[in-house]
Design a protein around this ligand. Structure first.
Ligand SMILES: [Fe+2]
Length: 163
């Protein structure tokens, strides 16, 4: 590994670790308010499990490259902060706003895993590609699910308003 590529790759893994931690915290905070939307609720429960697995994968890679989880800087980048857009105000359509934010968050994660895959190769850690691609495919699948189910979630929201 060249030093620059290696440093860049390791900081990328560390950033992604912070991103997954933020995903977990966000889902934990929002899950209870999604109980009126059973399909979304169960999908988000699965997403919570997956995010925990993705977090563990990153920890495995980091420790393989000599960076322990305890030394990680858990600073979430400003970029993530801006797409996460968590709705704190109890808006009537809070769940929908959170789904829109989740779609943005998934797009960020797909991009950041793609960047990690490219960097891994340049850093001489091409063997990490398989596990990073697995996480990226999961992000893609969740992003697709949210986009496909958005119309029905809006429909459910409006029928609840009418009831
Ligand atoms: Fe994730």
């Amino acid at each position: 590994m060249t030093d620059a590529a290696r440093d860049y790759y390791l900081s990328g893994l560390s950033n992604q670790h912070a991103v997954e931690k933020q995903a977990i915290e966000t889902i934990e905070r929002e899950l209870g308010r999604m109980s009126d939307y059973p399909a979304l609720h169960s999908r988000m429960q699965q997403e919570l499990q997956r995010s925990q697995t993705q977090l563990e994968r990153l920890e495995t890679l980091l420790s393989k490259h000599g960076t322990g989880a305890s030394t990680l800087k858990e600073t979430v980048t400003a970029a993530v902060g801006s797409v996460s857009g968590v709705v704190h105000i109890a808006a009537r359509d809070e769940v929908i706003k959170n789904v829109l934010a989740a779609i943005g968050f998934k797009a960020y994660e797909i991009g950041s895993y793609k960047a990690l895959i490219a960097t891994a190769k340049l850093a001489g850690a091409g063997e990490d590609e398989t596990v990073l691609k697995q996480s990226m495919a999961e992000e893609q699948e969740m992003g697709d699910w949210l986009g496909e189910n958005l119309p029905s979630i809006i429909e459910q929201h409006l029928s609840k308003q009418a009831a």
